[in-house]
Design a protein around this ligand. Structure first.
Ligand code: SF4
Ligand code: SF4
Length: 147
């Protein structure tokens, strides 16, 4: 982390970030690892409180990020060119924000220096979701309209 310049994302596009800068940008919210349901008639998205089986629901980290495709073949890899095409990413997502030319929020660890801050201010899914392995039908777990 010491190799990163403070506020390195400011004034840069996602395409201009190095691999290290790209990886560091993730805030660790875990929101992209939760299931959303789409109403096929209206196109509206609904948030569930169910997450991918590989998500550590307290740490909000993928349990095996490097090998995740072995277990979750449809896990999406974010890239500069596809970030804005995913309407299921939360507006708080650091990649979405930088792609839109916005700054990171004050609770982001790259801004405040504290990786726990995001959990303290309730911007992550920490201890709020359950694994798909224990959840049953997703439509029984809708908690809100998404966005
Ligand atoms: S939503 Fe974005 S910032 Fe949050 S964990 Fe996923 S990729 Fe990282
Ligand atoms: S495989 Fe890992 S990164 Fe992909 S959705 Fe599941 S927990 Fe998230």
């Amino acid at each position: 982390m010491s190799a990163l310049k403070p506020f390195y994302w400011r004034g840069k596009s996602l395409e201009e970030l190095s691999k290290t800068e790209w990886e560091a940008l993730c805030d660790g919210c875990g929101k992209c690892c939760t299931y959303k349901l789409e109403d096929t008639e209206t196109g509206e998205l609904y948030q569930t409180n169910v997450c991918c089986k590989l998500l550590d629901t307290h740490a909000c980290q993928c349990a095996d990020y490097k090998n995740r495709k072995k277990y979750v073949s449809d896990c999406v890899q974010l890239k500069p060119e596809n970030v804005l095409s995913f309407d299921w990413l939360p507006p708080t997502c650091a990649y979405v924000r930088v792609a839109k030319g916005k700054d990171l929020p004050k609770w982001h660890y790259l801004v405040c220096g504290d990786r726990q801050r995001i959990h303290e201010v309730g911007k992550s899914v920490q201890d709020k979701v359950l694994s798909e392995e224990n959840a049953g039908p997703l439509d029984q777990h809708i908690i809100a309209r998404f966005k």
